[in-house]
Design a protein around this ligand. Structure first.
Ligand code: FES
Length: 177
């Protein structure tokens, strides 16, 4: 038995995904995502499984998986802190926040704490530049306008096994004339 496999129900689901597109190449992203939800990451052997399942060259799947930080290429911590260090976040202190988190957790970006609780990634723009500096937690919750106090609170909340509250992005409402 292979270390990583899709079961019959998953293979049937993948067939349905493929049917949505003109070719199986277009199904790489949703199938990689499905694989990550099942295995927790898409390490090289998982990428090979996706390539084999979609009958595609492994290099193609690797190309997609390696482009996006949202696909984890190795086993990650329970919580992955994606700290944006792209331009808008950078000028608003993104690197200061990244270094503060690194210091606080005792690891560098790209590493995981020994207890397996946290991984840190320095990532490109997450599309929330107006709320810089910001980070994303495990491809899910956005935390906006980071400062040290907010980072402390978020990490404390995560250590308790809870997710921080979702911060809705405020919408600009046109003033009534
Ligand atoms: S630069 Fe950080 S979200 Fe765009």
């Amino acid at each position: 038995m292979e270390k990583f496999e899709f079961n019959k129900a998953e293979r049937d689901h993948i067939e349905k995904i493929i049917a949505r597109y003109p070719d199986s190449q277009s199904a790489v992203m949703p199938v990689l995502w499905m694989a990550q939800e099942k295995f927790g990451h898409v390490e090289p052997d998982v990428q090979k499984l996706v390539a084999k399942t979609l009958d595609l060259p492994e290099a193609h799947v690797y190309g997609v998986a390696s482009f996006y930080t949202q696909y984890y290429k190795e086993k990650m911590g329970k919580y992955v802190l994606d700290v944006c260090t792209c331009l808008s976040c950078q000028v608003c202190g993104g690197y200061d926040m990244l270094h503060y988190i690194e210091e606080k957790l005792g690891i560098k970006a790209g590493e995981t704490t020994e207890d397996g609780m946290f991984s840190i990634q320095s990532v490109e723009c997450l599309g929330a530049c107006g709320y810089a500096p910001m980070m994303q937690i495990t491809n899910d919750i956005y935390v906006n306008h980071l400062d040290k106090a907010k980072v402390d609170k978020v990490i404390e909340t995560l250590k308790q096994g809870k997710m921080p509250e979702f911060e809705p992005i405020p919408m600009r409402v046109a003033e009534k004339s």
